[in-house]
Ligand binder design. Structure first.
Ligand SMILES: [Zn+2]
Length: 209
């Protein structure tokens, strides 16, 4: 049975949008690593989302990234939607839109709201850290020819964000499977594919001292 909260999130995810201009990710992986930090917006709400980001069990170390926190609906979308918008060529900050209603008692679901945040964090990671090599590696895990950014209904970049959110939440394979009915991008995977996805997102081991 699907709860009301879950249905709501399905709508959120269905309308989840990503607007971007693919930019040359030439410096990816070579910049100083840091933390994804939300800035602006309601401080208490921002702290809640920031805690989830900081607790993500994947490599959240990427070029230190400040992301503008906007507690409103994703622009130019109908319905209620979260999204990350990347400015052209990353000249200014990324914007992270989360509808305020997701924290209201009427809709709030800790699992679904957190999953939405981690999904969007996956897009931030993709923009700021992934390069063509990383994206190609992800496509190879699933045997998808690409392109990573496509206009199809359930494009690879959205499936990447779905997988990222599960790995970031620390879900086991079995737990991740339970999310399928809420995933409008219909991202399916074998245990091996899920393990490989999470492995490529793990923090790099520290070099020996
Ligand atoms: Zn998305």
């Amino acid at each position: 049975m699907i709860s009301r909260g879950s249905l709501f999130l399905a709508a959120v995810m269905a309308a989840s949008a990503l607007m971007f201009v693919p930019a040359a990710p030439a410096q990816a992986g070579k910049q100083k690593l840091g933390r994804t930090v939300l800035v602006g917006g309601n401080a208490a709400h921002r702290r809640k989302y920031q805690r989830w980001i900081d607790a993500a069990r994947v490599n959240v170390k990427m070029p230190r990234t400040k992301v503008l926190f906007r507690e409103s609906n994703c622009p130019d979308t109908s319905g209620i939607a979260a999204c990350v918008i990347a400015p052209r060529f990353f000249a200014t900050k990324l914007r992270f839109y989360i509808p305020r209603v997701l924290l209201t008692p009427q809709y709030y679901d800790p699992v679904d709201t957190k999953n939405t945040v981690l999904h969007e964090l996956g897009h931030v990671y993709d923009f700021k850290y992934n390069d063509d090599h990383h994206r190609g590696g992800w496509l190879a895990i699933f045997g998808i020819p690409g392109p990573f950014y496509s206009d199809e209904k359930n494009p690879p970049y959205e499936k990447f964000a779905v997988g990222y959110s599960y790995c970031a939440a620390g879900f086991s394979y079995e737990r991740a499977l339970t999310r399928f009915e809420f995933d409008v991008y219909e991202h399916t995977f074998t245990p091996e594919q899920y393990a490989a996805t999470c492995a490529m997102l793990k923090p790099a081991p520290k070099p020996p001292a």
